[in-house]
Design a protein around this ligand. Structure first.
Ligand code: BTN
Length: 267
């Protein structure tokens, strides 16, 4: 049997957040915390409830990718029930990235970059990915599940498939030591709640604006790809709804939204 690594009391003792992390649904092993999070919204799970797992057997990334979730990482999803129109909720995806970037800089003194739409990078490699999934009803938000996958206490070369190790890093690799997962999670919950409250009070433009301060790809020639398309251009901006604004090679301006990934960002 695997050794339990996460101590929930240590997460919740002294937790400064009022809603985020007050209720933790914890699993040593689960298919996907996002899938479970979506399920429990149907049973009335309160805003701020988190689903936390030590390992996931079917963790999901963006664009239908698999997300490898070995022991030692921080894999969790947070349930939100914002009273927003669907069009005002698109920027929520930046909440997680902004909170992670700020917490990593503050706790470990590292230089963090973000990559559109929601990767967090250390030394040009991905340390954290975020999968935001929304349920809408009549153009209003029913619920949002924000899934955070943070590579913390493991060495990618030892546990991830070879093809991922060129792009992926972990806190252990970048810092040269393991980190306290409980303290890290507590700080993330506190920061996410603050960012979320700012989002509700001031709107997405403010949060996206803060997020852009970490975005290294702006002002660079980049390539974005989706399943069916590849687009190259100069990354001009990310607008208040979270769309990437590209100046294409023929001078046209294109607003990129949805299931695209930035491919050639060498941050
Ligand atoms: C990505 O970069 O493609 C997003 C990765 C998101 C992974 C997290 S781990 C916790 C939560 N549960 C999942 O199945 N996915 C997210």
């Amino acid at each position: 049997m695997q050794k339990m690594k996460l101590n929930l009391d240590k997460v919740q003792q002294g937790l400064g957040a009022k809603r985020f992390g007050r209720e933790i649904l914890f699993f040593q092993k689960i298919a996907s915390t996002n899938d479970f999070g979506r399920k429990v919204t149907g049973f009335g799970a309160a805003e701020g409830t988190i689903v936390l797992a030590e390992t996931q057997t079917a963790g999901r990334g963006r664009s239908g990718n698999r997300w490898f979730s070995p022991l030692g990482g921080l894999w969790f999803s947070i349930i939100l029930r914002p009273k927003l129109d669907a069009s005002d909720a698109t920027g929520l995806t930046f909440m997680g990235g902004l909170a992670v970037a700020k917490v990593l800089e503050q706790m470990y003194g590292v230089k963090v970059k973000t990559k559109w739409p929601n990767d967090v990078l250390l030394n040009g490699k991905k340390v954290c990915g975020i999968l935001t999934e929304s349920s809408l009803a009549d153009d209003r938000v029913n619920f949002v599940v924000v899934g955070i996958g943070l590579n913390a206490n493991f060495i990618p070369e030892q546990v991830l498939p070879k093809e991922l190790t060129e792009m992926a890093t972990s806190l252990q690799v970048e810092l040269g030591h393991k980190v306290g997962l409980e303290e890290l999670l507590r700080k993330l919950l506190e920061r996410m709640e603050t960012v979320y409250d700012t989002y509700l009070a001031k709107g997405s433009a403010h949060v996206v604006g803060e997020w852009k301060k970490f975005a290294a790809f702006l002002g660079r020639e980049i390539q974005v790809v989706s399943e069916n398309e590849e687009v190259k251009g100069l990354a001009l901006d990310v607008d208040s709804q979270g769309a990437l604004i590209l100046k294409l090679q023929d001078g046209a301006i294109r607003r990129i939204f949805g299931d695209f990934t930035v491919k050639t960002d060498k941050t």
